[in-house]
Design a protein around this ligand. Structure first.
Ligand SMILES: [Zn+2]
Length: 164
């Protein structure tokens, strides 16, 4: 088996991305997931780094910071998920990411219009659990998501969504 170095992974990332002169974004030319994030297709590199997201792999290769878990996210200052330009990437928490999305008014993160009885979906529950793990108050989370504190409490105690 070939040993994949950080330099080889970086070379692969640069060889498969193109810079958009207008925005400065370096966009991944390979496959993307449903949210628009570049997905690594090279099996050998994946086996070495265990990272699928190309922006995350770029961040790790450039900074040496190793992925510590789902509560950690790589934020895009350009708001372009396909971008892996290191200067557009920064390390943040799930909470930072959500607040950032709300601040930028990204449609799928606007929860205010929702009625309080609305149900949450799997992705939202994952995010709520990440926020709870960071000791963000349930009341605050309920407010951000436009749901009742009772729904958050049920998620917290495992009364609902235990499997997520
Ligand atoms: Zn960018």
């Amino acid at each position: 088996m070939t040993t994949i170095t950080r330099e080889m992974a970086l070379e692969h990332l640069y060889a498969n991305s193109l810079v958009d002169e207008a925005t400065g974004c370096r966009e991944w030319q390979g496959s993307r997931n449903k949210d628009g994030y570049g997905q690594l297709g090279n099996q050998a590199i994946f086996e070495t780094f265990r990272i699928k997201g190309t922006h995350r792999l770029m961040y790790q290769c450039v900074t040496g910071h190793e992925y510590a878990g789902r509560h950690e996210q790589i934020l895009h200052s350009c708001d372009n998920p396909a971008c892996l330009e290191p200067r557009h990437l920064s390390l943040g928490s799930a909470r930072d990411n959500m607040l950032d999305c709300i601040a930028k008014g990204r449609r799928n993160f606007i929860y205010g219009e929702r009625v309080s009885t609305a149900k949450v979906n799997v992705e939202e529950v994952k995010l709520i659990k990440a926020l709870l793990a960071q000791k963000i108050k349930g009341r605050k989370i309920a407010e951000l998501f436009g749901i009742t504190a009772n729904i958050v409490s049920q998620i917290k105690t495992g009364k609902s969504w235990r499997s997520v």
